[in-house]
Design a protein around this ligand. Structure first.
Ligand code: NAP
Length: 318
């Protein structure tokens, strides 16, 4: 499997396992299955509330000698309730404790907007039923604390998620010691993020695609129908030509653009299937046809507006 270079010494496997919206029991089996199949990059977040389960499986693999810590690439994220300098220190340490690891390979600021902290509530609400947003979110101050975590050896690399180009530019300019090395954003056939990817690559910021298969499992959470990228006619005909599945074509399209992808699956067959994308290549004609399926901004699925009140935050990115 190919790697993408994030910093002088840090390489991220271009392909990883997403873990959002998996129950503990499902995740335990899925991570076992993924590690057995050869996955080494695993994406989690404090806010997914699954780091403990993931950590348990990783520990089992490391303690048994089946895998070395340095062969794994573990990504986790600062939650919205921790979006302030003191929160970076506190929530990274909590993630490390949950995972049972002394360091993560990549730590991301999950979103550019922040919430007030109320106990351990991940989504604190006001009495008006809105998310209790913290209007004072200060990216420059948060980033300094992120840099400190690398220097302290708790994160090998740092990056951002869900930031827009303007926010990245601002952060880039104020990042004095360590530049962000990765942007994780929604990216799939109908939302290809061409301008944002070009911008990031021009700054040597690497991109990781979340919801690379169109996040079909989120329709209940979002309370709306989600377009079925797996049923796209262009994808299906290219899949037929290569003897591959639509999911494999969608994932190959992303990695062939030099973008990492982290599809979530808890189904053993699909976990294996999703990884089988390194034994074929899409032609430039295939790539062009797939590029042509982009719907631009209209293709976005996850805009976080399902968290009521979030779009009023001054750093709401979309
Ligand atoms: P996704 O990976 O695009 O889609 C996952 C859905 O597709 C699940 O319902 C899964 O069901 C199904 N699936 C997986 N492989 C398949 C295949 N080969 N054929 C057909 N269906 C398949 O969506 P996602 O979970 O939204 O995104 C992936 C990961 O990105 C997340 O898990 C999370 O780690 C990360 N993420 C990050 C952010 C952020 O704000 N930074 C936001 C969203 C997601 P089964 O499990 O039943 O296979």
């Amino acid at each position: 499997m190919a790697d993408i270079q994030l910093t002088k010494d840090v390489y991220i496997p271009i392909f990883g396992l997403g873990t959002w919206q998996a129950s503990d029991e499902e995740l335990e089996k899925a991570v076992d299955c993924a590690l057995e199949a050869g996955y080494r990059h695993i994406d989690t977040a404090y806010a997914y509330e699954n780091e403990k389960v993931l950590g348990r499986v990783l520990r089992k693999w490391i303690d048994s000698g089946k895998i070395k810590r340095e062969d794994l690439f573990i990504v986790t994220k600062l939650p919205e309730v921790g979006n302030r300098p003191s929160g970076v220190v506190k929530y990274l340490q909590r993630s490390l404790d949950n995972l049972g690891l002394p360091y993560v390979d990549l730590y991301l600021v999950h979103t550019p907007f922040g919430y007030h902290e109320r106990g351990d509530d991940l989504h604190p609400m006001t009495d008006k039923g809105m998310i209790d947003i913290d209007l004072s979110t200060d990216h420059a101050a948060i980033w300094k604390a992120m840099e400190d975590q690398v220097i302290a050896g708790k994160a090998r690399s740092i990056g951002i998620s869900n930031f827009n180009e303007k926010q990245i530019e601002r952060l880039w300019n104020c990042a004095e010691r360590i530049k962000p090395s990765m942007l994780q954003v929604e990216l799939h056939l109908y939302f290809q993020q061409k301008d944002l990817v070009n911008y990031c690559h021009s700054k040597n910021i690497k991109v990781c695609a979340y919801s690379p298969l169109g996040s079909r499992g989120s329709s209940q959470l979002l309370g709306k129908e989600i377009p079925d990228v797996l049923n796209n006619e262009v994808v299906k005909s290219i899949a037929k030509k290569h003897g591959k599945t639509p999911a494999q074509i969608l994932l190959r399209h992303i990695i062939q653009r030099g973008i990492a992808a982290i599809p979530k699956s808890t189904n053993p067959q699909r976990i294996l299937q999703n990884l089988q994308i390194f034994d074929f290549e899409l032609s430039s004609e295939d790539m062009e046809k797939l590029n042509g399926q982009d719907q631009g901004k209209a293709g976005r699925i996850l805009d976080f507006s399902f968290f009521k009140g979030v779009p009023s935050h001054p750093e709401y990115p979309f």
